[in-house]
Design a protein around this ligand. Structure first.
Ligand code: PEP
Ligand code: MG
Length: 897
């Protein structure tokens, strides 16, 4: 290990070379690593240096202090920047100014602090004025710096500065910042400094080195601010990654009409089309574009026309610089082999690159880009498959507006993030969160969003803003979260106080339902019906590649015809779990099940079962018909009793009538059956052991359905009959004997041979431990990781939500173990059961049907332990297909061959 004395804490870049590289993201953060890479590529990057994420780690581990030798390293790197730029930091005649920005390993847009124009003070501002020949620009920069530094580093509230500026404009009877003269800005600077001195009891720092260290400290400090913490929680970013700090020579996009600043994507981030897509502002400084303060202009003429903009494109205004930028675009795409999101500034006709990173994109764009890059020979099919985030497919599987539906379009904005969403209109993030917690669908409407709003954006179905472009905060964050978003719907007049929005003479109040279409930018009154998505094109192509790669099969958990059909449409290769008790939740059926459960003797049960059997048979015939010969695993009844016992007098009377007994007896029996811990009670195979006639009826319905399907369609069904909640081989043997007997009887009666398998859920720790013995009787195992998680942790699956957040906050659990498999605990039992089961029966078929079967990280685990298939809810089937392919590519399977 390197000793601390020799650790490099600071990495320089600029002038066509750099000490860092793109693959050093962990150390330099994404921004720093890519600034280094662009410098190495010879692109025009203003010189600067990156203070590493290790300093951030050190800072928090050592009571917010720095390594002893950091100061000398920063001074040396700053001297390099001075040499490169040809001006000195703090020099009254020709000052070097720098920006100080955060830059973590994963991009966290807008979450941490940034300071621009650092190095200005009462003396250097005059140097800047002389050097630029523009005194007004110099004082405008100085007041921006005091405001930004005052707020971000010194903690002086925004409103102090905003009030001063408002007064200044009112006194001079002007409305636009651009009308302020140099003298006006000088007066504002004086007032800003006074406000800082008044708020802090000491003057605004004039020492540029004090300014620099103040800003560095603020950026490291912002790693632990509340919004960064929230963002990390939502995006699974560990706190110990830390942020780097980038200090870079300032270039100015606001020095006149030959200056500009902009952001761009090398391909369209909404559709994925291979066309340059970006926005810029003439005579503006960095954050102005993203902040949505002015409406940005399009880079290309095509973009301008497509968006019906009247403002000239950069391609027209600055053709030479645009040509350079277009060349940089191609260069970066070829180098990084992926779509890039870039930031640039033009200072007096010269182009500077300030950032490049892999661009965030919609799921549809991600698919198109991956498929196109493969067709262009840039990436292989495997890489294309690897690049799609499985859970992002969710965005494509959700409904879009029915084109035939009536709609009242009341406004239009930019199609900032696709998908359609309806909900009650709300005007604040807090309101969005509280209403959605009450189960309401909401659309969050803001003039523009800021990082403070992310919890509300997350809670909302859709986001609507009246200001800002395709790269505004709302647009970028909504795309990342997969929320529908219409941005910059400028016709809307929002009145936060009155809780209304006005448009074309119509007033919409908070709580009124609106619909937005993030694919067209339309805003509509009321709820508009939606239709299912089309699963062809790039989606089908990429999923086809994934299917060609993956080893594990993907089945679905389904018992209704609708779910089964949906799952087949999404590519399910069978049913991995048909929960038969779910087939009886309908009001017209539950009475028969209640009657069966409440019966006092076998005769009573058989009478109720006789009513149920034909319904079961019809259900299975339909299911087998939909699945057309694909495997179907039917789990015999597993009703936690509390879900089925009658609760109200009415329900008891209904059961009494159906069974032909009196209500008091029903009430008495229901009391008798009441359990304190129903999830650990008389459910699963325990019910079958007590009352074998139940499973006998179900087995008969299954086998007779198989015979009927063959007779009517010629389709051979091989049912897989699964026994739930088994803890010992004895239970399985007793129930398997019942099934085998019924199979024999049906075969005898029908004269047809029926192939079938009998297997078991592994969902109790004892079953996992005894898997070697159980496999002697079970032809397949399906891991019921919902119950296995519940029983391994001893945490009720129904009650965990009240305290799991505390466990996550304390870091006891990283994820909710009912969502993402606890690989070290529950996973250990799965591994054990797999190996013991295979020892006894090498070809035992292995699957998973708990919720984890649709969770990408759990799917990777299933691949590692060598399961044959995963089974998940219908809407997760495509996610599982892709995640399974990625798991195969990760090649981490162990313990089988
Ligand atoms: C399980 O326990 O994981 C399972 C799939 O069964 P259920 O959720 O029906 O208890
Ligand atoms: Mg279970």
């Amino acid at each position: 290990m390197e000793s601390q004395a020799t650790t490099r804490w600071v990495y320089s870049f600029g002038d066509g070379k750099a000490q860092g590289r793109a693959d050093m993201k962990n150390l330099l953060g994404g921004k720093g690593a890519n600034l280094a890479e662009m410098s190495n590529l010879g692109l025009p990057v203003p010189a600067g240096f990156t203070i590493t994420t290790e300093v951030c780690t050190y800072y928090y581990a050592n009571g917010r202090s720095y390594p002893a030798d950091l100061k000398t390293q920063v001074e040396a790197a700053l001297a390099d920047v001075e040499r490169s730029i040809g001006s000195r930091f703090g020099d009254a005649a020709d000052p070097l100014l720098v920006s100080v920005r955060s830059g973590a390993r994963a991009s966290m847009p807008g979450m941490m602090d940034t300071v621009l124009n650092l190095g200005l003070n009462d003396e250097t501002v005059r140097g800047l004025a002389r050097r630029s020949g523009d005194e007004r620009f110099a004082f405008d920069s100085y007041r921006r710096f005091i405001q930004m530094y005052g707020n971000v580093v010194l903690g002086v509230d925004h409103h102090h500065f905003e009030e001063i500026l408002e007064h200044a404009k009112r006194d001079r009877d002007i409305t636009l910042d651009t009308e302020m003269t140099s003298a006006d800005w000088q007066a504002v600077v004086q007032d800003y400094k006074k406000a800082v001195a008044h708020a802090l009891g000491r003057p605004f720092p004039q020492d540029v080195h004090e300014q620099l260290w103040g800003a560095i400290g603020a950026v490291f400090g912002s790693w632990m601010n509340q919004r960064a913490i929230t963002y990390r929680r939502l995006h699974d970013i560990p706190a110990d990654w830390g942020t780097a700090v980038n200090v870079q020579a300032m270039v100015f996009g606001n020095m006149g009409e030959d200056c500009a600043t902009g952001v761009a994507f090398t391909r369209d981030p909404s559709t994925g089309e291979n066309r340059f897509y970006g926005e810029y502002l003439v005579n503006a400084q960095g954050e102005d574009v993203v902040a949505g303060i002015r409406t940005p202009q399009h880079l290309t003429v095509a973009g301008k026309l497509a968006n019906k903009s009247d403002l000239p494109a950069m391609e027209e205004v600055m053709p030479e610089v645009f040509a350079q930028l277009d060349a940089v675009r191609l260069r970066l795409e070829r180098h990084y082999r992926d779509m890039q999101d870039i930031e640039f500034t033009v200072q007096q006709g010269k182009l500077y690159m300030l950032q490049t990173r892999t661009g965030k994109r919609t799921a549809a764009a991600a698919l198109k880009i991956a498929v196109d890059l493969c067709a262009e020979g840039v990436v292989t099919r495997e890489e294309a498959v690897r690049r799609i985030e499985p859970s992002s497919l969710d965005q494509l599987l959700h409904p879009t507006l029915d084109p035939k539906a009536q709609r009242t379009v009341i406004a239009r904005g930019l199609p900032a993030s696709p998908g359609a969403a309806s909900g009650k209109l709300v005007f604040s993030a807090d309101e969005a969160e509280s209403l959605s917690e009450m189960g309401e669908a909401v659309i969050l409407c803001r003039i523009e969003t800021s990082p403070e709003d992310i919890h509300g954006m997350h809670a909302a179905r859709g986001i609507l803003t009246t200001r800002g472009g395709m790269t505004s905060h709302a647009a970028v964050v909504a795309r990342g979260m997969g929320r529908a978003c219409v941005a910059g719907a400028g016709e809307l007049r929002v009145d936060y106080k009155g809780q209304t929005v006005m448009v074309r003479g119509v007033t919409i109040k908070a709580g009124d339902v609106v619909t937005i279409d993030g694919s067209t930018g339309e805003v509509m009154l009321g709820e508009v019906p939606t239709i299912q998505p089309e699963l062809s094109g790039d989606f089908a192509t990429l999923m086809g590649w994934a299917d060609g790669i993956r080893r594990m099969r993907v089945r679905t958990n389904a018992e209704t015809p609708l779910d089964a059909r949906t799952a087949v449409r999404f590519g399910a290769e069978g049913i991995g779990l048909c929960r038969t008790e779910h087939m009886f939740f309908d009001t017209d059926r539950i009475v028969a099940v209640r009657e069966m459960i409440l019966a006092e003797d076998e005769a009573g049960r058989r009478a109720a079962l006789a009513k149920i059997e034909p319904m079961q048979r019809r259900d299975f015939v339909e299911l087998f018909g939909i699945m057309k010969g694909l495997p179907v695993t039917i789990r015999l009844l597993d009703p936690p009793l509390h879900e089925f016992l009658p609760n109200t007098e009415e329900e008891m009377a209904e059961v009494a009538a159906a069974a032909g007994i009196d209500a008091p007896r029903v009430r008495h029996r229901a009391l008798q059956l009441h359990e304190a811990n129903p999830m650990l009670g008389h459910r699963g195979c325990r019910l079958g052991i007590s009352y074998p006639e139940i499973y006998e009826m179900q087995a008969r319905a299954i086998f007779e359905a198989a015979v009927e399907v063959f007779r009517d369609s010629g389709e051979t069904v091989t049912p897989e009959i699964m026994i739930p909640l088994v803890g010992s081989r004895k239970e399985l043997d007793i129930l398997k004997a019942v099934i085998d007997r019924v199979a024999g009887e049906v075969m005898q009666a029908s004269g047809r041979r029926i192939d079938y398998l009998v297997g078991t859920m592994i969902e109790l720790p004892r079953a996992a431990l005894r898997a070697g013995d159980i496999a002697a009787s079970a032809e397949f195992f399906s891991f019921g990781t919902n119950d296995l998680t519940q029983t391994t942790f001893g945490i009720s699956r129904d009650d965990a939500a009240s305290f799991l957040p505390d466990y996550q906050r304390h870091g006891i659990l990283e994820h909710d173990p009912f969502v993402s498999l606890d690989q070290e605990g529950v996973g250990e039992l799965v591994r054990l059961a797999v190996s013991r089961g295979r020892e006894t029966r090498p070809d035992v078929k292995l699957g998973i049907c708990g919720e984890h079967g649709g969770d990408p990280s759990s799917i990777r685990f299933c691949e590692q332990v060598g399961l044959d298939y995963v089974s998940c809810s219908p809407y997760r089937v495509p996610i599982a297909r892709l995640a399974a392919a990625q798991a195969t590519l990760a090649g981490e399977r162990v313990g089988r061959d």
